[in-house]
Ligand binder design. Sequence first.
Ligand code: NAD
Ligand code: UD1
Length: 335
Amino acid sequence: MTDHPHVLVTGGAGFIGSHTADVLLKRGCFVTVLDNLSTGYRANISQLENQQRFQFIHGDVTGDVKGLLSKAAKRFGPIDRIAHFAAQTAVPISVDDPATDIAVNLGGTARILEYARHNKVAKLVFASSSAVYDDDAPVPVNEESRARPASPYGIDKLAAEFFLDYYARIFGLTFTALRFMNVYGPRQDPKSWYSGVISIFLDRAVTNQPITIFDDGEQTRDFVYVSDVAEVFAESLMSDKGNSAIINIGTGVEVSINTLTRTILDLAGSSAPVKHEPPRAGDIRRSVTTMDKAVELLDFHPKVGLREGLAETLAWVRTQTKTARPPAPLKHASP
Ligand code: NAD
Ligand code: UD1
């Protein structure tokens, strides 16, 4: 491998992908972002656009990937490594429209895998999800916990992992699958109804609009800050760490949505009203991971605690309310 490998970041104009692109550029890589801007923004990569070692390709992972990436290779040479983030990421959308979820999350992954197979890509790291686990699996979950997804989104992530394993066995692909718990931080779209709960609640708190908690609010999540995720993703991609492994990426800290809400209102000094609505289809009840495998294979020790991460994200959300970034063009109507 050269000192300046060429890395493809699919979905790199999105929330986690753009932070990972930042880290990879800092590490000296040439970076191509391939994104169809369905939920991502050029604003997320505006800090990279004038760098010599960066290029953006507007395109779809379900389309002519080979054609799009031959353009990328013309400028920066062959693609050495792939960070695969591009996906339909909202669990509720996958419940409403499983066919689209399959087309993007599995169909797109199959095209990226075919590209990797035919172009001697040295390693691919895949953004998988804790949504693969059985809702009844005892918590904290570890990588051996039963995988039995509660949503089409989770099924597609699990099936994609099987594809990775198949490509590794049959075609010698080197991969790592990172099963993220709930990632949050700056650039997570605060204006989309389908975005992560933290970005939505912070936006509501800052603008004093009602916060909607689905169910009784005692469901739990393991919230991990985006800079910790981007660092460990880049480290795994650029090294042999985690080769052939599926690894949970979280903090090991279980937080209920009620506790999260109180912390957000407190940090924001907000008195936004809180209302409850029935549970959301496809939601899992409890989610938190053990850290053993991530520590052992990736030496992963998240640096940013929840309160600190929320404060950072709050500061960013405040800048967004001022600049009034337009909502992502989702085809599903907000309620
Ligand atoms: P995001 O919506 O900000 O990022 C997804 C990106 O993919 C967007 O920029 C979008 O425009 C792009 N994209 C979508 N469909 C595409 C297509 N067909 N072709 C090209 N680009 C396409 O979401 P995110 O939270 O940054 O998620 C990134 C990845 O991490 C996803 O694979 C998601 O499933 C996974 N993940 C996220 C979380 C989380 O908590 N945010 C947790 C587990 C897994
Ligand atoms: C999130 C990710 C998904 C990832 C998974 C990993 C997003 C959009 N989804 O799904 O890609 O694979 O984590 O665990 O980032 N909630 C409310 N009110 C709201 C919004 C949400 O009460 O307005 C609740 C939900 O019902 C749920 C919890 O908050 O119980 C978390 O929801 P959300 O942030 O959408 O994340 P997940 O569905 O866990």
